[in-house]
Design a protein around this ligand. Structure first.
Ligand code: URA
Length: 434
């Protein structure tokens, strides 16, 4: 078998066999297949698509590129969650400790920034020392002792996704249902949790622009999860405007801390409660959503969620004083307020434009392995449906230098639309696939 023939088969729209997919993923993981061939193959998959069978083979090949964890001897049940990617989505940083504070173990493998969408691992790394590359043994040990892990792909956990993810980020090959489904589900299968809540986002700031596409992705991931014997539920959530206010790594880390202190933005607070409640029900710590929601709310008001975030940071080598004093987190040297030019009602806060602007500022990568700027980003001060007065702040840009500040100002020029007539707020959720 030759990589070039497999690329050509996909380019020509043929369905790949399980043997071809296994050969390609094995070869790419070991380094025998080069980045340029994997990039061509990923583009062919993006353009030609894959059948559900191919996507399942790809998921299993990627999950089996490293170890797949068996958590049954470590905890009675562990739950996991994953978002399909959005702008301002710092949910895992708040929800993992919240759910753990409710007595449910969480073993989670996250990702880095991908295109215009931020990544949990990058946000967590704004805390000095925090490690995101735990080995299989460290994962199991920490889950057993602390009941909570939030790490990334490593040499022994989903290494194929680690490589392909970084490649897709910079080759415009993110937005593909089979590549997203296999990337997410390979991490979930490798991490071993028995119950998985997926947050599948739809809208201009998501990889799935329409609700139909989001539902298709959700159904595919739920069926792959079930084939692997996992209990999976997927929430369809809105990503037409940024989630919460903060977009950018350290800014989002701060917002997650504030949320665990009970001072997060309303939409993000509500989003966390919903995801945490689904996890608690699926993980059998609550019988009903109402009971689960009450438990999740208590995790915030009692301060236990915040305590567990500190424990998580400490367990993975991070400096806990940054959680106790979030003002110590990296801060950009230049700030600029963009004000509303007219009074009226906000009809759009274009999430993708905000996400792309964060990348322009340096919060995301344009080349593989590029250093990112943890401090930069955007604070979003309005939501769709808000009434605003001329002169009121719409955004505060946090930049490293004048050049990127000017680019960000230009990029955000049309990101908010204001109209004279009243506008309804956007829904947070569109339903559940389970
Ligand atoms: N999250 C992932 O882990 N992978 C994707 O491809 C998209 C979102």
């Amino acid at each position: 078998m030759r990589a070039v023939d497999i690329i050509a088969n996909k380019r020509d729209g043929k369905a790949l066999s399980q043997a071809e997919i296994n050969f390609f993923i094995k070869g790419y993981t070991s380094g025998e297949i080069a980045d340029y061939q994997a990039a061509a193959w990923a583009m062919a998959v993006l353009l030609q698509g894959m059948t559900p069978e191919e996507t399942t083979y790809l998921t299993l090949a990627m999950a089996e590129s490293g170890d797949t964890l068996d958590l049954s001897g470590v905890v009675d049940i562990a739950v996991d969650k994953h978002s399909s990617g959005g702008v301002g989505d710092k949910t895992s940083i708040a929800v993992v400790p919240m759910v753990r504070a409710c007595g449910l173990p969480v073993g989670k493998m996250s990702g880095r920034g991908l295109g215009f969408s931020g990544g949990t691992l990058d946000k967590l790394e704004s805390v000095p020392g925090f490690r995101t590359d735990l080995s299989k043994d460290e994962f199991l040990e920490q889950l057993g002792t602390l009941g909570m892990v939030l790490t990334g792909q490593s040499l022994d956990l989903a290494p194929a996704d680690g490589k392909l993810y970084a490649l897709r980020d910079v080759t415009a090959t993110v937005q593909s249902i089979p590549l997203i489904a296999s990337s997410i589900m390979s991490k979930k299968i490798a991490a071993g949790a028995q119950a998985i809540v997926l947050d599948v986002k739809t809208g201009n700031g998501a990889f799935m622009q329409t609700l139909d596409e989001a539902r298709e992705l959700a159904k595919l991931m739920v069926s792959i999860g079930e084939l692997s014997g996992r209990d999976v539920a997927a929430i369809l959530s809105d990503m037409n405007q940024p989630l919460g206010m903060a977009v950018g790594n350290a800014l989002e880390m701060k917002e997650a801390i504030f949320t665990l202190q009970g001072e997060g933005p309303d939409d993000f607070h509500e989003h966390c409660l919903e995801i945490a409640s689904q996890m608690l029900v699926l993980g059998k710590r609550a019988k009903t959503k109402t009971e689960a929601r009450k438990m999740a709310e208590d995790a915030i008001t009692s301060g236990k969620g915040l305590e567990y975030l500190k424990k998580l940071i400490a367990a993975q080598g991070g400096d806990v004083s940054y959680i106790e004093h979030p003002e110590k987190l990296p801060e950009a040297p230049i700030k600029h307020v963009i004000e509303a030019k007219e009074s009226g009602f906000v009809s759009e806060v274009h999430a993708r434009t905000v996400g792309e602007t964060a990348v322009v500022l340096g919060a995301g990568r344009t080349k593989k392995g590029e250093e990112i700027d943890l401090a930069v980003g955007i604070m979003v001060h309005v939501k769709v449906g808000d009434q605003v007065e001329a002169g009121q702040p719409l955004f505060v840009i946090h930049a490293h230098d004048e050049v990127s500040m000017e680019e960000a100002k230009a990029s955000l020029r049309d990101a908010v639309s204001i109209v004279p007539q009243k506008v309804d707020a956007l829904p947070l959720f569109y339903g559940l696939v389970d």
